[in-house]
Write a protein that binds this ligand. Structure first.
Ligand code: FAD
Length: 331
């Protein structure tokens, strides 16, 4: 019998379900609906079963739970073995994997083990009359290639933020299946986990982001951006130009070779809006551009365009925010 069914791979880290899982559930739900098949998810971890109700509430009809202490920390070999076992046993056709570093490593191993076609970094994955298709941005996002599959099993890693997160729906029901797992020997060993030390709001989880670009003039300009961000509880983002100049750390970079973000509010200060930057933030809710150049690409996609010198405008905006919040404005 031909392989059928779509599987979302739900990865856990430090006892938490990765939020990218919810984005995969949105993508998987659309594919499963188009195929008129149920949507399945597989969740892996030391205490993975606790996540099954959430996965069902957000769109999965069936959740395979692979629970084992050996899966507490990501291990390419063991995770690939566990997911591959489920795909092979259930005869599944389509596998959606988070486009994170761990997810891409897992997908590559799965692809080899299952002799499955793999589309990495897909921005869209959909099903049409000729089968599964994945869209991938290439050449710095200047072209979009469409990938078709010829293998019975088809795998795609889906870029972060490519899809909105599936919301939990009350009253949804589904089936949970415990999958026995025997890790066996592995050539990869988890050594330790070193969390990033930062008190700043995480960029990928932020609902508001204030980003700075070369228009700041110098690294000192980020003082303004930080003050602005702090005044509205936002994370600090940046263009690659300023990261490459050493004005701010790479973890703040938004764009093709940085992070993909989808906040409700994105404020771009002194960022021209080259395609590689837009690739990481153009799905944001409201985009505010502050720029001296009224004709730059960022102004074209912005919901609100503010033409002017950021050095003059940002202190005025921050002072107004503080005034409205009732805090004393800086002299
Ligand atoms: C393979 C590849 C990958 C890339 N990946 C990324 C990526 O992930 N992210 C990314 O951002 N870029 C990326 N880039 C670089 C990208 O092409 C641009 O060079 C970069 O985004 C430009 O950054 P910027 O907008 O800060 O600088 P600029 O393009 O120099 O723009 C500065 C802007 O500031 C404005 N300005 C100047 N002074 C003021 C002022 N006083 N007040 C207000 N506005 C002012 C100017 O009008 C201008 O619009 C990539 C490029 C390549 C080739």
């Amino acid at each position: 019998m031909a392989n059928q069914g779509t599987l979302v791979v739900a990865l856990t880290q430090r006892g938490r379900l990765l939020p990218s899982t919810y984005e995969l559930l949105t993508c998987g739900r659309a594919i499963a609906d188009a195929a008129k098949e149920p949507l399945a998810a597989v969740v892996l971890g030391a205490k993975a079963s606790q996540f099954a109700p959430d996965l069902i509430a957000r769109g999965a009809e069936k959740v395979f739970v692979v629970e084992h202490p050996a899966l507490e920390n990501f291990n390419d070999e063991l995770h690939a073995k566990a997911v591959g076992g489920v795909v092979a046993k259930e005869g599944l056709a389509r596998v959606l994997v988070p486009g994170s570093v761990a997810g891409k490593s897992l997908a590559a191993r799965l692809s080899v083990a299952l002799k499955a076609g793999l589309a990495a970094d897909a921005s869209q994955v959909h099903l049409n009359s000729s089968g599964l298709k994945a869209e991938r941005g290439q050449y710095s996002g200047n072209i979009v290639s469409e990938v078709e599959f010829r293998s019975p099993v088809q795998i795609a890693t889906v870029s972060p933020m490519a899809y909105p997160r599936a919301e939990a729906q009350a009253g949804r029901t589904g089936q949970t299946v415990a999958v026995p797992f025997e890790p066996g020997p592995a050539r990869i060993e988890f050594v330790s986990y070193q969390p990033e030390e930062s008190s700043e709001v995480d960029l990928t989880a932020a609902e508001r982001i204030v980003s700075g670009g070369r228009g700041l003039g110098t690294a000192e300009g980020f003082k303004l951006i930080r003050e602005f961000a702090q005044s509205i509880g936002a994370a600090v983002g940046a263009s690659r130009a300023v990261v490459d100049s050493g004005w701010i750390a790479y973890r703040h970079q938004v764009g093709l070779t940085g992070k993909s973000v989808r906040p409700k509010l994105y404020v771009a200060c002194g960022i021209s809006g080259q395609i590689q930057h837009l690739a990481g933030m153009s799905s944001s809710g409201t985009i505010v551009a502050i720029n001296t150049d009224a004709a730059c690409p960022m102004m074209e996609i912005a919901s609100i365009s503010v033409v002017g010198d950021l050095n003059e405008l940002i202190p005025l905006i921050v002072a107004e925010i503080k005034k409205r919040k009732g805090a004393p404005a800086a002299a």
